[in-house]
Every structure is written in C-alpha cells, then in structure tokens.
Design a protein around this ligand. Structure first.
Ligand code: PLP
Length: 220
C-alpha cells in the first residue's frame, strides 16, 4: 500500500466526521511531502526540534500540530508557527505558551490533554485538575491562549469495550464543558483515536484523529 492509498482509505472511513492529523514523527521529509501531495495538510509531531526542521522544509499551508509532551523551555521554538497544541497537561505549560504567544502577538489554540487510560505512564490532567485550572485566577489572566477542546489517549489494549468506555468518558467531559463555554474555553475539537482505535473514536465523537503507522508504516 502507498501513502496515498492509505490516506484515501482512512478518509473514506472517516466520511468527513473527523479530520485527519497525519502523525509524521520519525518519518523523513520526503514521506511528508508525499502525504501533502495526497491532500494531507494537518501534520502531528511530538518533538520540538523535529517539528521545527520539518516546518522549515515544507510548504507553508501545512498546519502543524504538537501532540507530544512539551517542555516549557521549548515552547518558544514552536509558538511562532504551531496551529494547535494537543498536549497541554499543566497550568505551568499553559502559562508559558501564553507568555510566548503574547510576544508574537498571537493567540495559540490549545487542547487540554486528559488522562483517560488505565496505564499510569501516560501524561494528562484528571477531570478535577481541569476544573481547578479553568477556575483559577491564573487562567483568567491568560489572554494569548484559547482552549479549543480536549485530547486523550485510550489504554493500549485489545479490549474494544475498554477503549470505547474511555473515549465515551472523555466525550462526556467535553459535553459538560461545552455547557459553560467562555471566550477562551470553547469545545470545538475532541482529539482522540490513533491507528489502532480511530474507528471507535470516531463513533464516540472524535473530531480529530491522530494517525501515524496506518499511513506511513511502523516506526523503527
Ligand atoms: C505517535 C502518536 C500517535 C500515532 O500513533 P499511531 O499508532 O502510529 O497511529 C497519536 N497520538 C500521539 C500522542 C502519538 O504520540
């Protein structure tokens, strides 16, 4: 299967219900170029240096999505061009994004990453932490970020029922936050679903799926 065929097959399954973020981490620029020529314009990376290098090498109408854990000291390198940061998992990180965004006179769209998996190793906020963050005076003072939704990663398991339950829980939080939207907390994007579980994620209301290996093949 070619990159082009893989993308066509996934788009065919998505049927416009969710947008495809092609996860290009570890893949060479030539492969990204191929995906771009096949119509992909949303690319997801998890490392700052790699994303910056690829941004410089590729067409400027690509939207760059940061999907990996982000260290505060590296925020400044991506703020000038990043379209969406999926992986905001602390007030400290959000504050730094806000500070750097102000320097560039822009508002950076962010998703709060929520811990939904059973594994302990994965990053993310609890529901309680989300409320604490959004209700804090600190958050109120941030004028150069906008929370546009939530992101979550399901447990790596063969149990579709478990995965579905986790995605459904995230959708419930999304729906409840939608009831109290403000100018800086909007629930427009629900980023859930990867190569192994995006069909379930889309059934459960995902608007952005992050798919890597199903497009580009396994990572080495
Ligand atoms: C690598 C990665 C993906 C894509 O994983 P695949 O299984 O290759 O589709 C999605 N989301 C995040 C946060 C990732 O780090």
């Amino acid at each position: 299967m070619s990159i082009k065929n893989n993308i066509a097959q996934i788009e065919n399954e998505l049927k416009g219900r969710a947008r495809l973020v092609a996860v290009t981490k570890t893949k060479p620029v030539a492969m990204l170029q191929e995906a771009y020529e096949a119509g992909c314009t949303l690319f997801g990376e998890n490392k700052v240096q790699e994303m910056t290098d690829k941004y410089e090498a590729l067409p400027k109408d690509i939207e760059w999505h940061m999907i990996g854990h982000l260290q505060t000291n590296k925020v400044k390198y991506i703020v000038p061009f990043v379209s969406l940061i999926h992986s905001v998992d602390s007030a400290k990180l959000l504050k730094e994004i806000d500070k750097q965004a102000a320097k560039h006179d822009r508002v950076v769209d962010c998703l709060l990453q929520i811990h939904i998996a059973k594994e302990e190793s994965k990053f993310g906020l609890s529901e309680e932490e989300v409320h604490q963050l959004l209700d804090s005076p600190e958050f109120y003072a941030m004028k150069n970020i906008c929370i546009v939704g939530l992101m979550g990663m399901a447990t790596n398991t063969d149990s579709d029922a478990q995965i579905r339950k986790e995605f459904r829980g995230l959708k419930q939080l999304y729906d409840s936050l939608k009831q109290s939207e403000t100018d800086r907390v909007l629930m427009r994007e629900l980023s859930m679903g990867m190569s192994g579980d995006y069909p379930i994620a889309v059934e459960e209301g995902s608007t952005l799926v992050r798919v890597g290996s199903a497009i580009f093949g396994a990572r080495g």
